[in-house]
Design a binder for this molecule. Structure first.
Ligand SMILES: [Fe+2]
Ligand SMILES: [Fe+2]
Length: 193
């Protein structure tokens, strides 16, 4: 259940963020709302999670790691090496602490929006894909167009396709892969049979 006050408090925090980040959040909210309408997902949860997903995207990696430790989030070793991966968990924690958000689907969507995770519910899938399919990103990155096409029919197929690309890209570069992304892809692939 989403409380109207949670949305108001989240919107107040958004007003303190850099302009470009605010615009990204509004575009993601709009794409996520389209998914919510098309796939009959709870609009209020999707709106709150989409608006709240990047509250810490502008924070420096060192500050992200320090805040995660202060809040007792126990960063995964991969997150310690790649602290930007903590901006989702930190945003979920701030929504919980400051905005009174307790809805597990909203918190899951915000926490895991960058990596994905096993057992993603529909709100999380909508926000994960809306973040990747921000129209500004789709216009600049060719690999996102087939994902956007798939998302017209199936969020599961689109998310699996995105993760296949993302994991392959990270491995090809010699980068670390967060295990939650592998869990997310395995889960989606097994669900798709
Ligand atoms: Fe993000
Ligand atoms: Fe984002």
């Amino acid at each position: 259940m989403v409380d109207a006050r949670s949305l108001q408090q989240t919107q107040s925090i958004i007003q303190t963020l850099p302009g470009g980040l605010q615009e990204h959040l509004f575009r993601v909210r709009d794409v996520a709302q389209e998914f919510a309408a098309r796939f009959r997902i709870d609009r209020a949860r999707v709106e709150l999670a989409a608006l709240g997903h990047d509250l810490y995207r502008a924070m420096s990696p060192a500050e992200m790691l320090a805040l995660a430790r202060t809040w007792g989030l126990k960063p995964h070793p991969v997150e310690e090496r790649v602290p930007v991966l903590l901006h989702g968990p930190l945003a979920a924690e701030r929504l919980r602490r400051e905005c009174g958000v307790s809805d597990p689907e909203v918190l899951q969507a915000v926490c895991w929006h960058s990596t994905g995770c096993g057992g993603m519910k529909s709100v999380a899938l909508a926000v994960f894909l809306a973040d990747k399919l921000d129209p500004q990103k789709v216009a600049e990155r060719d690999h996102l167009r087939p994902v956007a096409e798939l998302a017209r029919e199936s969020l599961d197929r689109a998310a699996a396709a995105y993760l296949t690309w993302e994991i392959g890209w990270l491995v090809g570069r010699g980068d670390l892969v967060h295990p939650a992304s592998v869990d997310a892809r395995n889960d989606l692939m097994m669900g798709l049979g």
